[in-house]
Ligand binder design. Structure first.
Ligand code: RP5
Length: 163
């Protein structure tokens, strides 16, 4: 299992699905768990240890509101931690964004954008990290980049050939 995904609540699943789908498309082994930095702190620590034992290379943590899940995970592991701030709060996820991005120096978290786009990017960043030591995955990632560029070219062509 290469990537462990934590979400602070089952209610975060609609956002996390983008990360799951992306990892599946790239064939990256992963595990998803619900665990909360403040509701289940011992469970969070136990799962981090388990994940490391299972060979996990990267952690992805999705949480909303005062989102300290990614920071807490980062405090317990030396492996890279990517945070997804989940929206939907009274301030539309700004609380989660700031909580995740504003880690004090010494314990970094790679913070993505709020919500579904952030979740897809979290998976892509995890794939880029894993690609450093996996040539096959690196090739798939480059192909993905090419296909994205080709899509833009096709859109441009369609626009320019409009009657
Ligand atoms: C955070 O609080 C979770 O990550 C979730 O985004 C938010 C609300 O949780 P629920 O009340 O929906 O369980 O810990």
């Amino acid at each position: 299992m290469k990537v462990m995904i934590f979400m602070g609540s089952e209610s975060d699943l609609p956002v996390v699905e983008g990360a799951l789908r992306t990892l599946e498309e790239f064939g990256v082994s992963h595990r998803l768990e619900v665990t909360s930095a403040h509701r289940t702190p011992e469970r969070t620590l136990r799962l981090i240890r388990e994940a490391e034992g299972e060979g996990c290379q990267v952690f992805i943590c999705a949480a909303g509101m005062a989102a300290h899940l990614a920071g807490v995970a980062a405090s317990h592991t030396a492996r890279p931690v990517i945070g997804i701030p989940v929206g939907g709060s009274a301030v539309n996820g700004l609380d989660a964004l700031l909580s995740t991005v504003q880690m004090p120096k010494g314990v970094p978290v790679a913070c993505m954008g709020i919500g579904k786009h952030g979740a897809v990017n979290a998976a892509l960043l995890a794939i880029q990290i894993l690609s450093l030591s996996d040539e096959g995955l690196a090739a798939k990632f480059l192909e993905f980049r090419r296909s994205q560029a080709a899509k833009v070219e096709r859109s441009a062509e369609k626009l320019n050939t409009r009657p």
